[in-house]
Ligand binder design. Structure first.
Ligand code: KIV
Length: 271
């Protein structure tokens, strides 16, 4: 981008406009400065500082252990890098459920200490008090329904959600509730494509899918998965755009050989 070209920041309002004109929204996760800078410069619309950091950055089995302080650390690192994308930071498990005052406190800490643009949280009617209280402070909220990794211990599996009619009906009513409360967008994770399309058509706010089919208003993936850094995780919805694991291992292998053989550093690489 030339110095004369002004960077137009993506806002929640611009995302609504994109939905209105049928322009799909691109969203990826990032958790650190260097990756977020590359992702932003490539032109992504939304960067999610997901609590998937618990898995891909810290190596935990679930998203439950990550703390508010750790999310703030990741959020601030990402915001430091981003000029254009809208930045959303996940409220971690235990910081908003069952206590709307605590939820507001957590959201305010994220907004003050990271300077992100918005927060995301999982759930519908169960967390609507928290959603409303956060929104009342002028903090934009992105909802998240379908597979909700923070509730893994309730469901016991990461399989496709809302295949049964009752669960699909609850998802639709929760989606409406979140929109009426004032959420600016909604993530739908791992649900049938027909249901994703139905919800996107019912709502005015943008619906971003991860494993929710092509009929939604945008797509989100975890950056480590789509770049092929993580290797064990291969759900059907994941398209890998690179095999970075192989490239990184190849480069490290090359470096080790050069060090061991004395090839590195050469004359030009020393003082
Ligand atoms: O934490 C995360 O990365 C997410 C996405 C899977 C949507 O919530």
């Amino acid at each position: 981008m030339s110095v004369n070209q002004e960077i137009r920041k993506v806002t929640t309002h611009r995302l609504t406009e994109m939905k209105l004109r049928g322009e799909k929204i691109s969203m990826l996760t990032s958790y650190d400065f260097s990756m977020a800078k590359l992702v932003d410069e490539a032109g992504i619309d939304v960067i999610l500082v997901g609590d998937s950091a618990s898995n891909v950055m810290a190596g935990n089995q679930t998203t439950l252990p990550i703390t508010l302080e750790q999310m703030i650390y990741h959020g601030k690192s990402v915001v430091n890098a981003v000029q254009r994308a809208l930045v959303v930071v996940d409220l971690p498990f235990g910081t908003y459920q069952g206590n709307s005052r605590k939820a507001l406190k957590s959201a305010i800490r994220i907004m003050k200490e990271t300077a992100a643009d918005s927060v995301k949280l999982e759930g519908g009617s169960e967390v609507i008090d928290s959603v409303e209280r956060i929104l009342s402070a002028g903090i934009p909220v992105m909802g998240h329904l379908g597979l909700m990794p923070q509730s893994i211990n309730k469901f016991g599996t990461y399989s496709v959600r809302a295949r049964e009619e009752a669960e699909a009906e609850k998802l639709v009513s929760d989606a409406r509730l979140l929109e009426e409360a004032g959420c600016f967008a909604l993530v739908l994770e791992k649900i049938p494509a027909t249901l994703g399309e139905k919800v996107a058509a019912l709502l005015q706010i943008p619906v971003i899918g991860i494993g929710a089919g092509s009929g939604v208003d945008g797509q989100v993936l975890v950056i480590h998965d789509m770049l092929g850094i993580t290797q064990q995780f291969s759900p059907r919805f994941l398209r890998r755009y690179h095999n970075l694991a192989a490239e990184i291992k190849g480069a490290v292998d090359h470096y080790i050989n050069d060090v061991k053989s004395g090839d590195f550093p050469n004359k030009k690489e020393q003082y």
